[in-house]
Design a protein around this ligand. Structure first.
Ligand code: SF4
Length: 72
């Protein structure tokens, strides 16, 4: 969810059925702003507020990557 203005480019934003703005996802289910080659955020300096609260390399991050076989 986009809950504040951080400069996310419009092409990465979708509006859900309740009128809320969210990050767009591609067919693989991952965020449209994720660089699939590097697995890094392509809009890091403009990433949504909620992304800034998510600890890089933290438990949830590693669990998500592990669940999707991104790391062994
Ligand atoms: S931090 Fe991750 S979820 Fe957030 S905008 Fe970047 S790629 Fe998308």
């Amino acid at each position: 969810m986009l809950i504040s203005e951080t400069g996310v480019p419009e092409r990465f934003i979708e509006t859900d059925s309740w009128g809320g703005q969210t990050m767009a996802r591609l067919e693989d289910g991952w965020c449209a702003a994720l660089d699939r080659d590097t697995m890094l955020c392509s809009i890091y300096e403009k990433r949504p507020f909620i992304c800034r609260q998510f600890e890089m390399g933290g438990y949830e991050c590693l669990e998500e990557r592990g669940a999707n076989e991104i790391i062994p």
